[in-house]
Design a binder for this molecule. Sequence first.
Ligand code: SAM
Ligand code: SF4
Length: 454
Amino acid sequence: MYVKSFGCQMNVYDSQRMADTLAPEGYLEAATAEDADLIILNTCHIREKAAEKVYSELGRVRRLKEAAAADGRNVLIAVAGCVAQAQGDEIIRRAPAVDLVVGSQNYHRLPDLIARVRRDGKAVDTEFPLDDKFDHLAIPSLASTRARGVTAFVTVQEGCDKFCTFCVVPYTRGAETSRPVDKILTEVERLAEAGVREITLIGQNVNAYHGEGPDGRPWSLARLLGLIAQLRGIERLRYTTSHPLDMADDLIAAHRDLPQLMPQLHLPVQSGSDRILAAMNRRHTRADYVKVVARLRQARADLALTSDFIVGFPGETEEDFAATLSLVGEIGYSGAFSFKYSPRPGTPGADMDDQVDEAAKSDRLHRLQAAIDRSQAAFNHSCLGRTFSVLFERPGRHGGQLVGRSPYRQPVQIEAPPALIGEIAPVTITEVASNSLFGALALAQEPALAGAGA
Ligand code: SAM
Ligand code: SF4
């Protein structure tokens, strides 16, 4: 079996859970699609380009399927994830080599669906199920968890009720749901047992988390993080992606109070213009966002912020775009993703007047990326000479080199023995090149920069 992931971290997580669910059926993970009897494309529908990528990839796997058939091997092709959810059997019409289409909430049924395909031919399952897929997913073996490394994602929340006017997520992932605390805890304990040191709690709108706690009441994300922080072996915590509106007081306080919570936060703002924020239905203003950032930095002075931006949303003028550029300067991001607005079928934005032309979108994206690059370079350079803890994740490209991550999530490369993988050690940053930091092992870490309230 070969599972190829497109898109966000949630798809990476889902792909792993698909592999876990098929492992007890005898499916082993193949290193390449060429070696597999089952190819699953776990797709992303967030922008048109992402969705179209799937069809070009399907062309490639169709040829693999044909070549295998000539050798007498039957290769099954499955399309999973958000394109599957949005397009259903249309995918099989457009790409007849596809055997199975399975939506983002139904992949726990993969063993049954594959058996059905082998028996009856093609199958499509994109209905939102009444049962919770998480109750049916197989637990990964300790060996496969170990093979995935010392950092792991754990989905705690799915779906979204925010309905930003550009976004397909509420349609492809459905209404917002949170997993119960005890289920998450069991999963994290097992990861810790397998040697995972850093957990990133993920959800499309993760800080809206309100899962049932052991006391039968809804727990906030801050409370969940506090509980996980007590688990032996879990040294670092992160969470993503957050909505500025759901940055609750207790979550801001967690950045001050939980040493395991890393000082980096992805807090997408999308635009710096109030007019565009309103048209996007983001439900906050630029000033609200700036205020949340100030409160976060009061709690944790060295908090590094990253964001997502969309340029060329319908009606965006040069003046609106200038407001976005000025916000980048005002916040001082350690990095950010930026995208050209892509009209998505079925979302309100796609039907709005005043669509911005492609040339203006490209020009603005180019200028925004230059501003983000400057901000990121300034942040990286401010790390020169500093000593901070690095979690070593994997061997580097050159022999003797290891790659790890700083508390601010920057990749850090050092010369060190492989035995350090999975360890956290102080590193002094000696060089900054492009977006990577280079450093050397240090004897001790500098004292953490505490927030005003710490
Ligand atoms: N839930 C997150 C939030 O509220 O910001 C992000 C969800 S989405 C998976 C990741 C990013 O894709 C968004 O933050 C947005 O910048 C971008 N995005 C979503 N829809 C888009 C569209 N139609 N065109 C361009 N970019 C889009
Ligand atoms: Fe999409 Fe995020 Fe807005 Fe939800 S909050 S609709 S996931 S951009």
